[in-house]
Design a protein around this ligand. Structure first.
Ligand code: TYM
Length: 334
């Protein structure tokens, strides 16, 4: 069983839905943060497969995407020695905890979730799971008493809901959950679509030209970046409102290189958009090529199954204890 260094006291957790090959947005918003933080925090990262089935999925494709995402986590630098990596549905206590939390979550609070409002407005025949999904996410987080949840800004409201659910539960039944906080970086907060830079780069986007996926071939990644929508000006300056396209490329660049946006603006002072885009394409292609090379080594090895088999035991035990504690506090038969 994995043992954490006892000097490490604070913990982080995040999850990603395996609803397609993950995007550069997922990488920058969540995975890269986890990689940066894994030395200093107890780290838990999982595949949110039960979240993915809140909308229709092709079962065989979903199955493949789950395994592929575990391999991508490792290829992106998630170190299995420093993280607990697991598949959400393999730990049945998430769903059990979620039900107990649902029975303590006002309906009205869930109707205010902007992601639900957005997704349900696009498809009137949505499933009940899409509505209760934020409670399952609260269960994912609260089961492990984590301190921080590294996510992109689109998930901030859900982490705040988890915190509110925890506050309410603690008040009603006594101290049960640690209060989590979203951990969001300035640059990685929201990576935008390359064609429509006013909307989020998303796994489910219909126009593939605007989305970079970590397993896209590198020639097409270069083409997408060179063809990214920019404004009619020529200055490489950050201005999210008036220059959303260039600002997005600056954010991508800053997140990957670790340089500040200001220093990138200085570096490209007097240079044109074409030169800047070529630079962005080079650094993204370099980063993604390295990930793809590692991915190919990992995907067919038996390393994945070993890690998953070992880690699931650890998380099931932690979540089981939390579930039993909640059951007892709520008066259920134990
Ligand atoms: P998901 O699968 O939509 O996205 C995974 C992570 O990627 C971030 N992200 C982005 N960050 C920056 N720019 C973007 N364009 C971009 N697109 C996505 C998301 O904010 C997220 O951090 N409900 C979650 C999964 C989940 C979860 C959890 C996360 C389930 N349980 C518990 C944290 C803790 C989701 O659908 O993420």
């Amino acid at each position: 069983m994995k043992e954490f260094d006892s000097k490490v006291t604070k913990s982080i957790l995040t999850g990603i839905q395996p609803s397609g090959v993950i995007t550069l947005g997922n990488y920058i918003g969540a995975i890269k943060q986890m990689v940066k933080m894994q030395d200093e925090f107890k780290s838990i990262i999982f595949i949110a497969d039960m979240h993915a089935i809140t909308v229709n999925q092709d079962p065989s494709l979903l199955h493949q995407n789950i395994r592929s995402l575990v391999a991508l986590y490792l290829a992106c630098g998630i170190d299995p020695e420093k993280n607990i990596i697991f598949i959400q549905s393999e730990n049945e206590y998430h769903a059990n905890i979620s039900w107990l939390l649902e029975c303590n979550t006002p309906f009205g609070e869930l109707t205010r979730m902007t992601q639900f409002k957005d997704k349900s407005s696009k498809n009137a025949n949505f499933y009940a799971g899409l509505f209760t999904y934020p409670v399952l996410m609260a269960a994912d987080i609260l089961a492990y008493d984590v301190d921080y949840v590294p996510v992109g800004i689109d998930q901030k409201q859900h982490v705040e809901l988890a915190r509110n659910i925890a506050i309410r539960f603690n008040k009603k039944y006594g101290d049960t959950f640690k209060l989590p906080e979203a951990y969001i970086t300035k640059e990685g907060t929201k990576i935008m679509d390359l064609v429509t830079p006013t909307k989020k780069m998303s796994k489910s986007s219909e126009n593939q030209k605007g989305v970079i996926r970590l397993l896209d071939d590198t020639a097409s990644i270069r083409k997408k970046i060179m063809g990214a929508t920019t404004d009619s000006g020529c200055e490489v300056k950050y201005d999210a409102e008036n220059k959303p396209g260039i600002s997005n490329l600056l954010r991508i660049c800053a997140s990957i290189t670790g340089k500040s946006i200001l220093s990138l603006e200085e570096e490209f002072d007097g240079k044109n958009y074409g030169e800047f885009k070529k630079y962005v394409a080079d650094i993204v292609v370099d980063e993604v090529s390295a990930i793809q090379k590692k991915y190919e080594e990992i995907i067919n090895s038996d390393q994945l199954d070993k890690i998953l088999d070992e880690n699931i035991k650890v998380v099931r035990e932690i979540a089981r204890k939390k579930f039993m504690d909640m059951k007892q506090k709520m008066g259920l038969y134990k």
